[in-house]
Design a protein around this ligand. Sequence first.
Ligand SMILES: [Zn+2]
Length: 237
Amino acid sequence: MKQKETLLTTPLSEQKIELSHLIIEEMGDEHKASSVDTPMRADAFDKTDEEKIAIIEPHFRAIMETLGMDLNDDSLRGTPLRVAKMYVKELFQGLNPANMPSMTLFENKFQYNEMLVEKNINFYTNCEHHFVPFFGKAHVAYISSGKVIGLSKLNRLVEYYSKRPQVQERLTMQIGKALQTVLQTQDVAVFLDAKHLCVASRGVKDDSSNTITSFYGGKFQEENTKAEFLKYLDINA
Ligand SMILES: [Zn+2]
């Protein structure tokens, strides 16, 4: 029997008005975020991916040459183009709302109205202050308002927002806000536990510290609901 499904056709760009109301105050000395929206230029998508790659390549070549590297070397020759492609087509493809995964919702026919937790979603993203990776586990949860979502869509949404230069605070909120919109409920929680290479491999060189951020909407702001969520994560509230 085919489940009745509703395709959410609202692209995320249309939610910008709603999301931009939310201002996050300064968070930490080096990592501050001004808004839940990724700061973007008005002409962000005037150029095609291929045009962007063609522009980035010589700039990256200039960085390498300025550092004194010999680009005639076989091993280095292809690096500028490789990096340009990787930036546009892989690491930062989530800047473009056209790449947002389609979110298919289903009627909650079985009337499951308890918490659903999807834990240990691996994510890899890049710190927008240093352009080096931070990565870890995302745990997301929601309580259905009558719609349910395919579980893999939760992973895909986390991945989409990870494919941008990010700060962990904004990544957490972007995932949370998008889930609220997609699932048509405030009852959403997001918990990110990450290791930042800009902290581990440079600067203070602390490779044992983790950074935790969370987003609690609707019922998850109530202590017992939040505690139940954290219990599933094996984390003390
Ligand atoms: Zn950083």
